[in-house]
Design a protein around this ligand. Structure first.
Ligand code: PRP
Ligand code: URA
Length: 210
């Protein structure tokens, strides 16, 4: 099964930055910088169909009609790695609120374990963008969407850098209504649940842990 709402962002600038993110020659600093830049480029496409309201605006010469976002936007980075994509997105949507969701993937079961959450209290009515660079088995993404849906939110989109066919399938089975935006759909997972060819362990590459 493929996902009914999978969008691969094939813009040349996004693809070039992904090239450097994949490279094992990129150190922690350049990996973080590149992630910041690619996130800002991706959010441009991710937010393309956000609803807008017409509003009068007075230019120095006359009154005309402009457009503003109809709804608040809430970013939900999945800790740790998702956090590193947040600043790039906030550069373009500075008024967005941020709800944090801490999940890590158990090394052996590969199942997500929740350890932290803190969301804006009035998130229900906002457009929510869940952020995580890696969609591997899909367990973390499915758990994150479950979690956000439980708060009553219905308008959710999921952004990642690299997706696997397995992760996309799991999301389709559980959350076919949530669009997935990714820079690449890779070949497969390895026996440890890592994406091939992928870019390695995103959290470790961002924060220099291993
Ligand atoms: C990574 C990644 C996702 C998850 C994806 O996080 O950032 O959250 O794995 O894997 P899945 O699709 O199989 O669930 P990790 O669990 O390594 O935690 P970290 O961000 O703290 O390093
Ligand atoms: N998490 C990562 O950081 N990388 C993968 O390839 C899979 C899960």
């Amino acid at each position: 099964m493929t996902h009914p709402n999978l969008l691969i962002l094939d813009h040349p600038l996004i693809q070039q930055k992904l090239y450097y993110l994949r490279s094992k020659k990129s150190n922690n600093l350049s990996f973080r910088n590149m992630l910041d830049e690619i996130s800002a480029l991706m959010v441009y496409e991710v937010t393309r169909d956000l609803p807008v309201d017409e509003r009068d605006v007075e230019t120095p010469l006359e009154i005309t009609t402009g457009y503003v976002l109809s709804k608040k936007v809430t970013l939900v980075p999945i800790l740790r790695a998702g956090l590193a994509m947040c600043d790039g997105i906030l550069k373009l949507i500075p008024q967005a609120r941020v709800g944090h969701l801490g999940l890590y993937r158990d090394k052996y079961s590969l199942k997500p374990v929740e350890y932290y959450s803190k969301f804006p209290s009035d998130m229900n009515d906002s457009e929510v963008i869940i952020i995580d660079p890696m969609l591997a088995t899909g367990g973390s993404a499915v758990a994150a969407v479950d979690f956000v849906k439980k708060t009553g939110v219905r308008n959710i989109r999921f952004v990642c850098l690299v997706a696997s066919p397995e992760g996309v399938k799991l999301m389709a089975e559980h959350h076919g209504d949530v669009p997935i935006y990714t820079a690449a759909l890779d070949r497969q997972l390895n026996e440890h649940g890592y994406i091939l060819p992928g870019l390695g362990d995103a959290g470790d590459r961002i924060y220099g842990t291993e």
